[in-house]
Ligand binder design. Sequence first.
Ligand code: UT7
Length: 325
Amino acid sequence: MTRLRSVVRGCGSYLPRTTVTNDDLAARVDTSDDWIIQRTGIRQRHIAEADETTSVLGIKAAENALRDADIDPATIDLVICATSTPDHTFPSTATQIQAGLGIQSGAAFDLQAVCAGFVYAVATADKFLTTGAASRALVVGAETFSRLLDWEDRTTCVLFGDGAGALVLEAQPGEGRASDRGVLTSQLRSDGRHREKLYVDGGPGSTGTTGKLRMVGKEVFRFAVGSVTDVIAQAFEATGTTADELDWFVPHQANRRIIEASADKLGIAREKVVLTVDRHGNTSAASIPLALDAACRDGRIKRGDLVMIEAIGGGFTWGSALIRW
Ligand code: UT7
């Protein structure tokens, strides 16, 4: 049966100018290159300078995705920006990205599901595109998490970095089969009972300040490996596909140990896992599109490949999407 699919037309990303190594951090807090690599796999991260706001990073990533898609920005009728670090409380970062690209029609809004934000944004754009409510969507994940960090807290400040990535999705007719190109399924979950395990201790409606990130890392780790693989199993089930058929697994890049344990649990071969956490750290909603773009640029992800994206973030929120490239 013919149905609309959200097909990837282009992919792009952008990283701030400045890189910070583990040794740089060891000069500021009581940590070491060995500890960070062993526990997380992170070797360096990019940190935004004052002029590199979330919208600035998002615009550059979007420009690269639009160039890759080879389409006129004016034909984009939906911009969604997944971020927890907007330039301002309002207006949305998405509207600033829209304006920065010279787009004057269609709708733009931010979506906040922390590290799962990009998966949520792809799922949301997919609903717009497959119902005919939009025809071309720009889905951006952009973050400046460095602005939320307590730089004296070694248990969190070594983990995160800044950056942005973007996809251009376009509504195209498909057959309604798993062999179609485009987003084949998305599975979203949340459970707000876990707030205290990962949160920011401020906000416009409570303290009137931005606040700092707080995390009980061990608890998040346990949940990430133990529970969130449900959304991946559901994606396989919904599409009648299997881990063997997958070409690339592109999970949220928080910790190499979480990623490898999840892949092992699901029977996804290690060589199909795209890892960028070593170079980028945890860039929250930006981590998946940054990893997708890295794997597209180096020739791993190709047209027709079956790609699983998956993430967990504060809330908790988590989700997956299975995409035929
Ligand atoms: O993106 C949203 C999702 N977030 C995540 O997925 C993060 C999930 N959590 C994790 O990735 C891991 O739990 C961490 C990397 C945060 C921590 O790894 P861990 O193996 O769970 O270590 P731990 O928290 O149990 O800490 C082990 C030891 C502690 O010392 P004691 O109590 O054993 O003496 C910590 O104080 O390591 C110490 N420690 C550090 N040592 C050096 C904690 N942070 C550091 C540090 N450098 N930066």
